[in-house]
Design a binder for this molecule. Structure first.
Ligand SMILES: Cc1ncc(COP(=O)(O)O)c(C=O)c1O
Length: 366
């Protein structure tokens, strides 16, 4: 099968190695994992993560949670707080299936709407309290505010408090392992203190869900952390590669398994060729450039919606008309969100085509 370009390709050997590396790390560090599906939005991939030992799947949108539960997956955590009644009703519909979902609750309004909706449908809902441990994005501030929210949940007949979620997005891409470790340990430390505060008040919580790909081996070593919700490790991207790992300036714990495949469609000039991947083919949300892995030394610049310009450095030959190039994408999550499917490839063979099912919800509703 010839893959029509531009397309996203998953190298199955690398993908499976990333999965095994992560699973092995979790086994040896004694941490559970509930990997984030915001990276792939694809039940086929989530299924493989569960088969490799994940205890569930994290999701960022209601549409992602629906796609996962409808595909038969369980232990689906919605990590984003939601306050709209319609979305809460959709999550309650999923919660009718035993052990299907958990909701992160990050503010009083969500707590009010969820408690009322759960009571009126007489339905038990499992929740984690979302903490703001420095990201300043969502969640209760650690300390007394959390204790008050926890007490409200335990007073509610239909909400069951299972634990805490504490995501430190501000730590995930800090360059240099040592600096990243400092930022993440300080942030997750606030979650540990909050967990202890709740325990002293008689609320012993089973779950503390944390971590990004950048901090997976930092957070798993913190006593009290019970599960990791990293996502990007399965694909990797150019932005993550540059943060540096434990042993060097490139973060190589996981291999880039996702690439953008593009074709040279114009080659009339000595200094450049044109490919069929422009700004509609890759998310340009960050300043990092795509990294050419099929032809090292070539660089890609955006030139329009559908076109990219390829130039060569250091005497490297430009590719010919019709030739195909592969790039590591700058940021995997929003790039995957641009595509309806992923081509799963082993060597030269397309083994499967995986739909990016949760790219949009039913009738475009996220
Ligand atoms: C709440 C939450 N958890 C986990 C992750 C996974 O992070 P990463 O894809 O960097 O591993 C994200 C990513 O943005 C997130 O928002």
């Amino acid at each position: 099968m010839e893959i029509p370009t531009p397309a996203l390709v998953v190298d199955l050997d690398r993908f499976e190695r990333n999965l095994q590396t992560f699973a092995e790390h979790c086994r040896t560090s004694g941490c559970a994992w509930r990997p984030h599906a915001k990276t792939h939005k694809c039940p086929e991939i989530a299924r493989r993560q569960l088969a490799a030992g994940a205890i569930g799947i994290s999701t960022a949108t209601v549409a992602e949670a629906e796609a996962m539960v409808h595909a038969g997956l369980r232990g689906v955590l919605l990590t984003s707080p939601i306050v709209e009644r319609g979305k809460i009703q959709r999550m309650l519909a999923l919660a009718r299936t035993p052990n299907a979902v958990l909701l992160a609750v990050g503010n009083d309004l969500q707590l009010d709407v969820l408690a009322e909706a759960a009571a009126s449908s007489r339905q038990i809902v499992d929740v984690l309290l979302d903490l703001d441990i420095g990201d300043r994005r969502t969640g209760f501030l650690p300390g007394e505010a959390v204790l008050e929210a926890a007490r409200r949940i335990t007073r509610s007949e239909f909400l069951r408090l299972r634990g805490l979620q504490a995501y430190a997005g501000h730590a995930s891409h800090v360059a240099s392992f040592e600096k990243r470790a400092q930022v993440s340990q300080q942030a997750v430390g606030k979650a540990i203190q909050t967990k202890e505060l709740l325990a002293k008040a008689g609320l012993d919580l089973a779950i503390l869900s944390v971590a990004s790909t950048g901090t997976y081996n930092i957070d798993s070593a913190i006593r009290g952390v019970t599960e990791l919700q990293c996502g990007s490790f399965i694909f990797m991207d150019a932005d993550y590669r540059r943060i540096g790992g434990k042993t060097g300036p490139v973060f190589t714990d996981f291999q880039p398994s996702l690439t953008l495949l593009t074709t040279v469609i114009h080659a009339n000039y000595p200094d450049r060729v044109t490919v069929d991947a422009g700004i509609k083919a890759v998310s340009t949300c960050i300043q990092v450039k795509p990294e050419c892995i099929s032809h090292p030394g070539l660089s890609h610049q955006w030139t329009g919606d559908e076109f990219g310009i390829i130039t060569a450095e250091g005497g490297i030959k430009l590719p010919r008309l019709g030739e195909r190039l592969e790039f590591i994408v700058p940021h995997c999550d929003p790039t995957v969100n641009l595509y309806d499917c992923l081509y799963a490839v082993r060597g030269e063979r397309v083994e499967d085509v995986w739909p990016v099912t949760a790219r949009r919800g039913a009738r475009g509703i996220v």
